[in-house]
Design a protein around this ligand. Structure first.
Ligand code: XMP
Length: 538
């Protein structure tokens, strides 16, 4: 099976900023800030060959921070020729130290580590500091410091502790010891804007509209007369990816949506309706719930549940995809390559963080996730991968979706895990337990929406615990399950804080669940943040 990638951004913008990643935890943030100016930015590992950097025709280069010292044995290094390309360059933290070190300046461990909020005084009015105050509120995190700038550079700013910025205006080369991409650096966004728009002269022409237009054209040109298939999850990413592809090739895109038996109440019907009526997608809906639930029978181990659901999904998806592609082949309208083999396309909603992750200096260069979904398709079926969102962050996906006219209801859905309610039923997953949890979860969702909290909360849902306790209803003794309510605030799901839901909302949820859901007689609220907890219970 062959997988190939399309490049979506080639003609999107004439003004790309290349960010070289030296391993900082904030590198993605630099990329996002720049994109907020409607300028396209790419993150490459610092080890990227010069040719790869040149291939982006960058308007400028940013060297990110990183945890190392330039004197460490295994300190991350970039090709020093980068500094001779004649391109505007901004070094940030480690990027400043590496740049100064390579160009012959002096870098030394500082007496005192600078960490946290600091003030720096601007000593040179240059283009980087245009319009900024003489004293900047910045956020620092560094051990080494530049003691002496390289030849041609002068000191542009200092903190009471150390030299904080150097510049060679004539070459458009600047460096700052602090992190302008972090919100704590008050004038950080303005400084990055000065560099990107002022020094690099990048054009602010990378918008959702330009992205959509160029992506649709690229897909149309590449797919030609071919067909594409797309697995819908009901979530934002796969929906936006499908709409982009369908805009390019119309109903030669077939979407597959599988009921795995652990969807939320009414979700199988609702997603189909949305995708067909609101997004005008060609959807094949497969009810495989019995198959999934029977495989899950007797299983209590969380990892086993995930594995079973993943494996079954691949089997069902592959069967359906093969059926669709064979039917199209029989009608004679599937494209063939030079060898006569079928060429079909598989659409995946892969996002930029996954792409960066798999090629970063930190990350293992593991195979991209999407391969998992194509595991069992016949060898002669040459599937090529279309990943129209592989250059985008999550919030950009939502902006593209809005530009495509997709309804807010689809774009603002809270994340929902692939293994669905199975990881929210502690212990064995049975059809009865799924039905109980669906009913409780529907109440949690409805009350969150009624209170106007749905959009401000990252995820809110019910969990079914296999713990039975004694209760009393009317004159009757009850002995039934416990329901936990989970609601968290988060930016990206990596960390989360439990949400302080108003007591009134909790009161209504609890009373409605106990009164309306047969099988639950006790409700508890989960007040665990992540870490140390996880968002899902399993
Ligand atoms: P945890 O529970 O690890 O979840 O704190 C973090 C985020 O990831 C979602 N999640 C998943 N999403 N497949 C998915 O597509 C999965 O197997 C999966 N497990 C967790 C979870 O809902 C939260 O947003």
């Amino acid at each position: 099976m062959s997988i190939s990638h399309l490049a979506y951004t080639e003609d999107v913008s004439s003004s790309t900023i290349v960010i070289l990643d030296f391993g900082a935890q904030y590198t993605q943030l630099i990329a996002r800030r720049i994109r907020e100016f409607n300028v396209f930015s790419v993150v490459l590992p610092c080890t990227a060959p010069l040719e790869q950097v040149r291939a982006s025709s960058p308007a400028g280069i940013i060297l990110s921070g990183g945890p190392s010292s330039v004197y460490d044995q295994d300190a991350p290094k970039a090709d020093p020729m980068l500094l001779q390309l004649g391109l505007p360059t901004l070094g940030i933290c480690y990027g400043m130290q590496w740049m100064a070190h390579r160009l012959g300046g002096r870098v030394e461990p500082a007496d005192k580590r600078e960490y946290g909020d600091a003030e720096v005084t601007v000593e040179q009015q240059n283009r980087l500091f245009a319009g900024l105050p003489a004293t900047l509120q910045v956020w620092m995190s560094h051990g080494d410091s530049v003691i002496e700038p390289p030849a041609g550079f002068s000191v542009a700013a200092s903190s009471h502790n150390a030299l904080s910025s150097i510049a060679d205006e004539s070459r458009g080369m600047y460096a700052v010891q602090w992190h302008p991409e972090v919100a704590h650096s008050k004038q950080g966004t303005a400084l990055l804007k000065n560099f990107v728009l002022g020094v690099c002269g990048a054009k602010a022409d990378w918008t959702p509209e330009s992205f959509t237009q160029s992506t649709v054209e690229t897909i149309r040109a590449q797919v030609g007369d071919g067909h594409a298939i797309c697995g819908l999850s009901g979530g934002v990413d796969s929906a936006v990816a499908a709409v982009l592809v369908s805009k390019a090739i119309g109903d030669r895109l077939t979407c597959i949506f599988v009921d795995n038996g652990v969807l939320r109440k009414g979700e199988f019907a609702q997603v189909q309706k949305n995708m067909r009526e609101k997004l005008h997608l060609n959807v094949v809906a497969v009810d495989a719930s019995n198959r999934f639930l029977s495989q899950l029978g007797g299983i209590t181990d969380p990892e086993m549940k995930r594995k079973i659901i993943g494996r079954e999904f691949i089997t069902v998806f592959d069967d359906e995809a093969a059926k669709i592609l064979r039917a199209q082949d029989a009608s004679g309208d599937v494209a063939h390559d030079d060898t006569g083999a079928e060429v079909a396309w598989l659409v995946q909603g892969t996002l930029y963080p996954d792409v960066i992750e798999s090629s970063s200096v930190n990350g293992p260069s593991h195979t991209i996730k999407s391969h998992h979904n194509v595991g069992g398709l016949p060898e002669n079926m040459k599937l090529k991968l279309i990943e129209p969102l592989r250059d985008l962050f999550k919030d950009e996906v939502r902006r593209v979706g809005a530009d495509l006219g997709m309804p807010q209801e689809v774009l603002e859905r809270q994340p929902f895990p692939g293994p669905g309610l199975a990881v929210r039923i502690v212990g064995e997953v049975t059809p009865e337990r799924v039905a109980i949890l669906q009913n409780a979860d529907e109440i949690v969702g409805a009350e969150i929406k009624k209170a106007g909290l749905y959009r401000s909360i990252w995820q809110s849902f019910a969990v079914l615990l296999p713990v039975k306790s004694v209760g009393v209803m009317g004159d009757q003794r009850t002995y039934a399950y416990t329901c936990a309510i989970r609601a968290v605030h988060s930016d990206d799901g990596m960390t989360a804080d439990w949400a302080p839901l108003p007591y009134e909302v909790l009161r209504t949820m609890s009373s409605r669940i106990v009164n309306e859901v047969r099988g639950i007689n006790r409700v508890v609220y989960d007040i665990t943040s992540k870490p140390p907890g996880t968002i899902e219970w399993e």
